[in-house]
Design a protein around this ligand. Structure first.
Ligand SMILES: [Zn+2]
Length: 183
């Protein structure tokens, strides 16, 4: 069954119930529905979607956990020429739900602490969005040399075309023809 974002990511989810039931939520969500992620991406790609998987569980210490995975393809501008590049977006981490700042400080390094609200609820959309934002590469750049977008204004002299040189054969032809062409 094809899950839609409406069914599986909307609203908040009771974390304890989801972990005890070992719920799995998977599907695809349009990147346009993730406003903080969309701010990094060109707005002319509303059809771009992100695949996600959320696996809720508890560990031996009974901690409330969810393994978050996201995968997709984003268009990001090259840092040098600003032309958009197709960049794979892949993120995977384990979130531990906590109820307080003090509890967040106790979370193991392997886990990302996420605060539940007063009712023990968490926004699934925000979990997915946070993972996608962490997966964004800090810098993307073409491997081959591309023209820096800023060079045109910074170094106008270097960009100027060389003066056209006279074609020596044309000159020669001109000399040869000179005075010999009957008209
Ligand atoms: Zn480039």
């Amino acid at each position: 069954m094809q899950e839609t974002a409406e069914q599986s990511l909307r609203g908040s989810c009771p974390a304890r119930t989801a972990c005890d039931a070992q719920q799995v939520r998977a599907g695809r969500v349009p990147m346009a529905q993730l406003p903080r992620l969309a701010a990094w991406l060109p707005s002319d790609q509303p059809e771009a979607a992100l695949s996600y998987e959320l696996r809720f569980y508890r560990d031996e210490a009974r901690a409330l956990l969810v393994a978050v995975r996201v995968e997709g393809v984003a268009q990001l501008p090259c840092a040098r020429c600003l032309v958009p590049m197709t960049v794979p977006l892949r993120g995977e981490s384990v979130v531990q739900f906590v109820h307080s700042e003090a509890q967040a400080e106790q979370v193991a390094d392997a886990y990302e602490p996420v605060m539940l609200d007063a009712d023990g609820q968490v926004s699934l959309l925000e979990l997915v969005e946070e993972e996608a934002i962490m997966a964004l590469p800090p810098v993307v750049m073409h491997e081959s040399r591309c023209a820096p977008a800023w060079q045109e204004s910074a170094e106008p002299a270097a960009e100027a075309a060389p003066a056209p040189r006279e074609n020596p054969f044309a000159v020669l032809a001109g000399l040869r023809g000179d005075g010999k062409v009957k008209s």
